[in-house]
Ligand binder design. Sequence first.
Ligand code: URA
Length: 259
Amino acid sequence: MTTDALYHVGFGTADLPEPVPSFAFLSGDPDRATLVAQRHLERPRLLSDHRGLVSYVGWLGEVPVLSCTSGMGAPSTSIVVNELAQLGITTIVRIGTTGSIQADVPPGAVIISHAALCRQGAANDIAPPEYPAAADPFLTVTLADAALSLGVDHRVGVTASVDTFFEGQERSASSANPNLMRSVRGMTDEYRGLRIMNFEMEAGLLFKQALVYGLSAGCVLAVIAQRTTGEQVVMDVKDDAIDHAVAVAVEGARRWTTR
Ligand code: URA
């Protein structure tokens, strides 16, 4: 850690190569940030492992990129995105996991979110609730083209981003709390009717924050639960789904950074 390290991510500009990276992959899970760096980047180097936020720098050909951890949920993501922006990052692609709420979007598929219904408290500190939670449209097309070229089963759609994995995603059978409030009961059906594809916990905040900060943001999600049939994560498709989402994000990054 150098003297200009930022407080939460634990690294600073003095840790970064020249040219300074402008692109970052952002994974909720530190193990996924490590997988991206070690499997897909050339010359990966650990920048920091601080508060559970693992960050790497590596290269896609001639282009330096970061692979960082957002942690779970909007508050942690907002801090990491803010510090990455301070360090010169202008494009962020979230690589996450998600639960599908549409019967025709199966576990194992990939969702590229072009917008989010953002029901996230932290986002209201950055912009009003009505502010659009939209991905960069050009980055989204680049990610979708990458998925197509890789033959990955993918959908482009609207995501519901919420603050809780259990109550906020209408889980009760697999939760310590079976007593869901009226305000969330029936929400999954309602969202299905609104053609929302899936639940997750970071994209909406990221999209709003990126728009306010003048960054480009995109989001690639591995479908690991199917909420039309149950609440649980489908463990036997999880690793493959994540591999596909990571492959799409990396191919998208190659195209975006060399366009
Ligand atoms: N992440 C979520 O937020 N929900 C799911 O169902 C799976 C992953």
